[in-house]
Design a binder for this molecule. Structure first.
Ligand code: AMP
Length: 399
């Protein structure tokens, strides 16, 4: 069965058509600037040349229409007709407490996703637009919602309740939800497969390090704690997000800078993190280059980033008593030997001992620890689309 995976942002739409038989990608692409002047699709069919389609796309439905016609295009498409699409999997950012697993989308599910809009006001609305567009254009094809938050629904209460008046949890659903769940689930399962062990017998710490970053403690295949919280702002230092800070800093800078809540929110989400510290860039590749050239603030930003990751890994090691595997993924985790080294060299006390030669790997699955019986350190490129396709296939087959 071919599965179409859809990931809708407010002005973008990423897609992949995956053949579930052998998990190969038949076609993939990115629509940019939906509803903005200059909208275009970059479409790649495996084995064919990239096509760029520049056309006005006022909404997600028009974008999806053009995506579908590209997928079945005689010249540059991947399949002959829409009948060859067996199911559609949608990435949905927030499933609240309602969804601990992926689900077939029906009216009740749509209502529940809408009910989570207040928890993810920037993300759930475009996800809903994508689902609605698919429903209109492919009314008879089963659709599945795969939630970023679902994997973390196994986190125990002592790790998800904030030390605030308890009524805020009851009234407003304020709690730790965690994000990047599809990625943490995928890489922890891949790590167990590579080790040839049952995930139920393993304690794994997964580090998804990219523009947005989070660390998760995966015990016996279940998330028991994660660094992102009520929103993706908590936890690690990120490209532009602050991660954990003393909450008292917020009213303090509001007063000092004479700014309102929207402005401080913008600072914490878009002007902080390694960008804020370095004053130069949110891009880790840039920062590494500039730090190597001698820039102190870029070096400081990377050091602070690594130290926060170290803190979380050590905390999760303590929570699980021991770690069998430490997994790096995400654009930085998969590609940056410098960051991986900066993290692991400070974790020797936990028996996390890196092999510097093996660490020179980039963007592919590898074991990078010394083979001396300590924690297995691994690089596992994430593949959220494949995970979404697998979950979609399994639900579509069991209907
Ligand atoms: P993501 O958000 O997962 O796509 O990750 C994006 C981040 O990964 C950007 O900050 C990139 O600079 C970073 N990145 C990608 N390749 C490398 C690399 N070879 N070395 C360091 N950082 C990288």
């Amino acid at each position: 069965m071919n599965i179409l995976v859809i990931n809708c942002g407010s002005s973008s739409l990423k897609y992949q058509l995956i053949d579930a038989k052998d998990e190969s990608v038949l076609a993939k692409g990115l629509v940019e600037r939906i509803g903005i002047e200059g909208s275009r699709i970059k479409h790649d069919t495996t084995g064919k040349e990239r096509v760029i389609i520049e056309e006005v796309m006022n909404d997600h439905k028009r974008a999806l229409e053009l995506v579908l016609s590209s997928i079945i295009n005689e010249e540059y498409g991947a399949i002959k007709s829409m009948d060859e699409i067996g199911a559609v999997g949608h990435r949905v950012v927030h499933g609240g407490e309602k969804f601990s697993e992926s689900v077939i989308i029906d009216e009740e599910v749509m209502n529940a996703i809408e009910d989570c809009i207040e928890l993810a006001p920037l993300h759930n609305p475009p996800n809903i637009m994508g689902i609605q567009a698919c429903k209109e254009l492919m009314p008879n094809i089963p659709m599945v919602a795969v939630f970023d938050t679902a994997f973390h629904q196994t986190i125990p209460k002592e790790n998800y309740i904030y030390p605030l008046p308890y009524e805020y949890y009851e009234k407003y659903r304020i709690r730790r939800y965690g994000f990047h769940g599809t990625s943490h689930k995928y890489v922890s399962q891949r790590a167990a497969d590579i080790l040839g062990k049952d995930i139920k017998d393993l304690n794994i710490v997964t580090c998804h390090l990219g523009n947005g970053s989070s660390v998760t403690a995966v015990q016996g295949g279940k998330s028991i704690d994660t660094s992102m919280g009520f929103t993706p702002l908590e936890g690690l230092v990120m490209g532009t997000r602050s991660g954990d800070i003393d909450p008292a800093i917020i009213p303090f800078i509001m007063e000092k800078e004479n700014i309102d809540f929207d402005e401080v929110n913008d600072i914490l989400n878009k002007k902080s993190g390694v960008l804020g510290i370095s004053g130069i860039s949110s891009d880790f590749r840039d920062l590494e280059d500039i730090a190597i050239a001698g820039n102190e603030r870029a070096k400081l930003a990377l050091d602070i980033f690594c130290h926060r990751v170290i803190k979380y890994i050590a905390a999760y090691a303590a929570q699980m008593c021991s770690i069998d595997a430490l997994v790096f993924t995400g654009g930085v985790g998969e590609n940056s030997d410098i960051i991986r080294e900066g993290i692991c060299e400070n974790l020797v006390c936990l028996n996390i001992i890196m092999d510097h030669e093996l660490n020179k790997v980039r963007g592919k699955e590898a074991i990078i620890s010394k083979n001396i019986g300590g924690v297995t350190i691994m690089v596992v490129p994430t593949n959220e689309e494949l995970m979404i396709a697998k979950e979609t296939l399994s639900l579509a087959n069991n209907r």
